[in-house]
Design a protein around this ligand. Structure first.
Ligand code: GDP
Length: 588
């Protein structure tokens, strides 16, 4: 980037406003479509400054007041699935680092820790608690310290969305690899913004352009090329570019308007836990909203406790932890799994009862539900109309073929969502990815590949159907069948009999009853009925009641007489022919 060029967010910073506000102002002033990461020439930058000043002048003080009040007011009933509380104040974003093995995730996290975490006590040994906070230009960023998409998705599989922003590390000497693709799919499924760190640019054989090209081919066009994927060249080893990366994270945090309310409802999730021989169960949680305090009584899944101590990422005791803060909790009865939510209650016995109830329920569920769960049951039980598939195949050729086939499947009313397609055996992270989707029936399928042991176990535990195939036709057939199943059973009308109307009776408060003789087959209570007059259908509905000699009966056979009342139809006439149908389920 030449020096005369500027990014829009840099101009916003000079003007002392959030990028979002500047962009909105520019759009109002007739300059729409700008993104904070866009680069502009100096002339254009000057125009932006002028337009912004004009916009500011135009806004009368009264208007400014109004919009300030709007901002301060609590939002009206939250739209469904809105996770980020828009009240409160900006909080540190929570960032996860993902990418292919050996591309430098750990090195990057270490470098940031070394260069951006202020060491409080010289010589003090700080042990990792699973997350740390880096300080950049006076602001904080919370990094989850376990890199990789397995940890990332394991939490999501429990329904917890801890991460606000994902950093995808791609080594510039190696380019996009299998786990890079996996990581991208995991990030996409999580719906969090992604920043690409093109790493190892210090190496002589590094080619950042190649990485950019490869990502562009996947639909992630770098913003330098007019797209909107932020890519930052870095060297985790030398530290080059790391400051830029951190600034980009803050920029994205601003754009996403990440907030937390220290006085609000507690939203905290376990990211790491273990049993410590001297301190007992230890869990690290990240607080996203509200404040966690020493002595709080909490329930975490099936365990509980009174917080004995809170320890920050530098090993220091703290009294409370607010939004965006990672903190270690001491005082739990047991070790809770990562991804579990922390709830605060008033009384210890309340906490204990809740935890015990959950423990019982979990045991019960394991005892009852597991042996019954078959592929078919799961599909039949699903009420969701979306099938979310993770597809693994033995080679890229096989994968392309399977993907092509799946692309041809169309079932009206059901969507097929390919969460991830990759080469290799079905692994635990594939299962976790499938388990993390909401509002969809997950399914993991393999074509010519095996399922590894951990994947099998995870699938059993979470009730995720996993199937492998050797013939592509079987695979697509099953997927098609699964999609049809999601629509629920299909019914067809089957004609079971015919009756002729001989007399009609109008009964007060009931309506018209047709006195009939069954000409063929049978008439059944609750059956569907078509009324034919001179061979033309005049009504179609259902039988409301069926009587024989004033007695309610289930069915009346051919040759017999009966009284039929048709729901919502009082115009039946002598001579009408009633065709009787039942609905029968079509086997899938
Ligand atoms: P991870 O598996 O993604 O966590 O990768 P690591 O952080 O363990 O890094 C793998 C190897 O790449 C190590 O030998 C690192 O020293 C090396 N490495 C990581 N980042 C860089 C970098 O920016 N430049 C160079 N030259 N080597 C790096």
């Amino acid at each position: 980037m030449a020096l005369s060029k500027k990014r829009v967010y840099e101009i916003a910073r000079e003007l002392g406003v959030p990028s979002k506000e500047l962009i909105e102002a520019l759009a109002e002033m007739g300059m729409p479509g700008l993104k904070a990461v866009n680069t502009v020439e100096e002339e254009e930058a000057e125009l932006i400054r002028e337009l912004f000043q004009e916009h500011k002048a135009k806004k009368s003080p009264a208007q400014a007041e109004e919009s300030a009040q709007e901002l301060a007011a609590p939002p009206e009933k939250k739209p469904e699935k809105e996770e980020k509380p828009k009240v409160g104040q900006p909080r540190p974003p929570v960032v996860a680092v993902l990418g292919h093995i050996d591309h430098g995730k750990t090195t990057l996290l270490d470098t940031i820790r070394k260069t951006h975490v202020t060491q409080e006590e010289a010589g003090g040994i700080t042990q990792s608690i699973g997350a740390y906070q880096a300080e950049v230009d006076g602001r904080l960023i919370t990094f989850i310290d376990t890199p990789g998409h397995k940890a990332f998705t394991a939490m999501r599989a429990r329904g917890a969305q801890v991460t606000d922003i994902a950093v995808l590390v791609v080594a510039a000497d190696d380019g996009v690899m299998a786990q890079t693709l996996e990581a991208i799919d995991h990030i996409k499924a999580a719906g969090v913004p992604m920043i690409v760190a093109i790493n190892k640019i210090d190496k002589p054989d590094a080619s950042p352009e190649r990485v950019m090209q490869e990502l562009a081919q996947l639909g992630y066009t770098p913003e330098d090329w007019g797209g909107d994927t932020i890519m930052v060249p870095v060297s985790a080893l030398t530290g080059q570019g790391v400051q830029d990366l951190l600034e980009m994270i803050l920029l994205v945090a601003d754009m996403e308007d990440i907030r937390g309310d220290p006085g609000g409802e507690l939203d905290a999730t376990v990211i790491e836990s273990h049993m410590d021989s001297s301190r007992g169960p230890v869990a690290t949680v990240i607080v996203k909203n509200g404040t966690l305090r020493e002595r709080d009584i909490i329930v975490v899944g099936a365990t509980w406790g009174r917080i004995r101590a809170l320890v920050d990422h530098q090993g220091k005791r703290i009294k409370e932890a607010g939004p965006g803060t990672p903190v270690q909790i001491l005082g739990l009865e047991d070790v809770p799994p990562a991804g579990e939510r922390v709830e605060r209650v008033k009384k210890p016995n309340q906490a204990k009862a809740l935890a015990e109830e959950r423990k019982r329920a979990a045991l019960e569920q394991r005892r009852v539900a597991r042996p019954l769960m078959t592929f078919e049951d799961l599909l039949a039980a699903a009420e969701r109309k979306r099938l979310a598939v993770v597809l693994k195949a033995e080679s890229t050729g096989a994968l392309d073929a399977a993907r092509l086939e799946l692309g041809t499947i169309e079932t009206e009313g059901v969507d097929l969502d390919l969460l991830h397609a990759g080469v290799g055996p079905i692994t635990e992270s594939d299962v976790l990815l499938a388990a993390s989707v909401e509002d969809a029936q997950p399914l993991v399928v393999g074509f010519g590949v095996k399922v590894d042991g951990k994947a099998r176990k995870a699938a059993d535990e979470r009730g995720i159907p996993v199937r492998t195939y050797d013939i592509i036709y079987d695979l697509t057939q099953d997927i098609e069948r699964a999609m049809r199943r999601l629509l629920g059973p299909e019914f067809v009308e089957v004609k079971v009999g015919e009756a002729e109307v001989l007399k009609t009776f109008d009964i007060d408060g009931v309506g018209r009853v047709a006195g009939c003789v069954v000409r063929s087959g049978k008439v059944v209570r609750g059956g569907r009925v078509k009324v034919l007059r001179l061979g033309e259908e005049v009504f179609s509905g259902e039988i409301a009641s069926l009587k024989r000699f004033a007695q309610d009966v289930r069915e009346v056979q051919s040759g017999r007489e009966c009284g039929i009342r048709i729901r919502d139809f009082d115009d039946v006439q002598v001579g009408d022919v009633l065709e009787i149908y039942t609905l029968e389920e079509v086997p899938a």
